[in-house]
Design a protein around this ligand. Structure first.
Ligand code: PHE
Length: 460
């Protein structure tokens, strides 16, 4: 085992960092709050039967997600390295977990930037007064399945990531988040209140909050939902994907990690619930099927905006804020890969950003095409887009988080872990419970859910 402390590594000093405590919380919240909450959460709820999925999502977030978030942040801060370096410097044999944590953001970004492109397109449509009357689902399907336009928007989204990554972490991300996130919170809260007044809204809220067990005919359904809820909770908190370790590596020692993480998790849950309270009541009010999948927000939101006074303007502002949320998450994902190239291969930041941009540009094009012309190309019965989501959410994230827990408990050792966590904190909360979670509860539960979920997924 090599040096574990590395408090004032010259590397750390030359890497820049977050200017203020608040800036850091906002940036991490910016990484957590993204398409996972606003785009994915509502349609996952819809596809997985409503209330029970929501309940499981909450349980996974609080019981396992939060401790893992704290674990990743603490690992990043104590090592002050890129993700692979953080694992490797504690124990060389565990370098592979770092490699998974870099691979995962790559897979995620290959479809995330496609959806980011859809958001940009909708924002652009609203500011140019495009007509959204008529069948909103058909409008979305026509757009997303075409071979040209979505690819152009995906490339624009990605180009913006490359540019921000070149500007650097402190100036770019911190300043932008300071305005974007609070505005998003306020607007989505107001929209949720509005949507709750729509006719039929109550059924939407009931669907979100009340588990309906009669929907589950077999154990298979339950295991599939368990795996989906776990994937959603971890994805939404950005876990198992290196980004939190990476941000942690820029974190100052005076921050209280436990408190900061609890705030980030709280914001993340809040935005997910608000998104659910906007989209699901709207589905019931405007008769959009809740099961319609990745297009759900693009099919329901325009109905809401056509319904309200100054809807066009509100639509434009809303999509702009969703874009910001998606963008700050995308940057976090992007940074994992480019920081690794900078730290590991001593690449110039600009070269790393261009290289990552190029690779993601190409893989995103395949994913985008799989929504249309290439729809029939299938891997294990899924199109490429769904397959990429599957690989990230249901394979790499569970494996990454499972390994992280074992790593903390048995390789880094909880004693070292807690002594680092102590920095910046007057006390460590729930130390025993956290220890138990890293050592036993989380690895066992993640392992079981992962295996049973996969088996039931392929048993159909
Ligand atoms: N958590 C982000 C979201 O909800 C996605 C993300 C994952 C961002 C991993 C960064 C790292 O959209």
């Amino acid at each position: 085992m090599e040096n574990q402390t590395n408090v004032s590594s010259p590397n750390a000093a030359s890497r820049g960092g977050f200017g203020s405590k608040l800036g850091f919380i906002l940036a991490t919240t910016g990484s957590a709050v993204g398409l996972g909450n606003l785009w994915m959460f509502p349609y996952m709820i819809g596809q997985n039967g409503g209330g029970l999925f929501f309940l499981l999502f909450l349980v996974f977030t609080v019981l396992f997600g939060l401790p893992i978030l704290i674990g990743e942040m603490n690992l990043g801060r104590s090592m002050q390295k890129d993700v692979i370096g953080a694992y490797r410097d504690i124990n060389k044999k565990w370098t592979f977990v770092g490699v998974i944590a870099v691979l995962c953001p790559f897979v995620i970004m290959s479809y995330y930037s496609v959806v980011g492109g859809w958001i940009l397109k909708y924002f652009f449509s609203y500011i140019t007064f495009q007509d959204f009357s008529g069948d909103k689902s058909a409008i979305f399907q026509n757009f997303s399945s075409s071979a040209g336009e979505p690819i152009v928007w995906h490339l624009i989204f990605l180009a913006l990531c490359v540019i921000l990554s070149c500007i650097g972490i402190e100036k770019g991300i911190e300043k932008a988040n300071l305005i974007m996130l609070p505005s998003l919170f306020v607007l989505i809260f107001i929209l949720a209140i509005y949507c709750m007044t729509l006719p039929g809204a109550f059924d939407g809220a009931k669907f979100l909050f009340v588990p309906d067990f009669s929907k589950f005919k077999s154990g298979n359904d339950i295991f599939k939902i368990l795996l989906a809820a776990m994937g959603q909770a971890f994805f939404s908190l950005s876990l198992g994907q290196g980004s939190i370790i990476n941000y942690g590596s820029y974190l100052r020692r005076k921050n209280n990690i436990q408190k900061d993480c609890a705030m980030v998790a709280g914001f993340d849950i809040f935005v997910a619930i608000m998104a659910g309270l906007v989209i699901l009541p709207a589905c019931f009010a405007f008769h959009t099927p809740v099961t319609s999948g990745p297009g759900l927000i693009f099919e329901t939101l325009p109905s809401i905006f056509s319904d309200i006074p100054a809807g066009g303007l509100i639509g434009a502002v809303f999509f702009l804020l969703v874009f910001f949320a998606a963008f700050s998450s995308a940057i976090a994902l992007f940074e994992v890969i480019s920081t690794m190239l900078v730290d590991r291969f001593k690449m110039k930041r600009i070269h790393a950003a261009l290289l990552v941009g190029l690779a993601l540009g190409i893989s995103g094009i395949f994913n985008s095409l799989s929504m249309g012309n290439w729809h029939s190309v299938s891997i294990f019965g899924m199109n490429l887009f769904t397959f990429s989501e599957f690989v990230a959410d249901k394979l790499l994230i569970p494996v990454g988080t499972f390994c992280l827990c074992l790593f903390i408990a048995y390789v880094w050792k909880t004693k070292n872990f807690f002594s680092h966590l102590q920095e910046g904190a007057s006390a460590i909360y729930l130390k025993k419970a956290m220890s138990f979670i890293y050592k036993y509860a989380a690895p066992v539960v993640i392992f079981l859910v992962f295996i049973m979920g996969l088996v039931s997924q392929f048993q159909q």
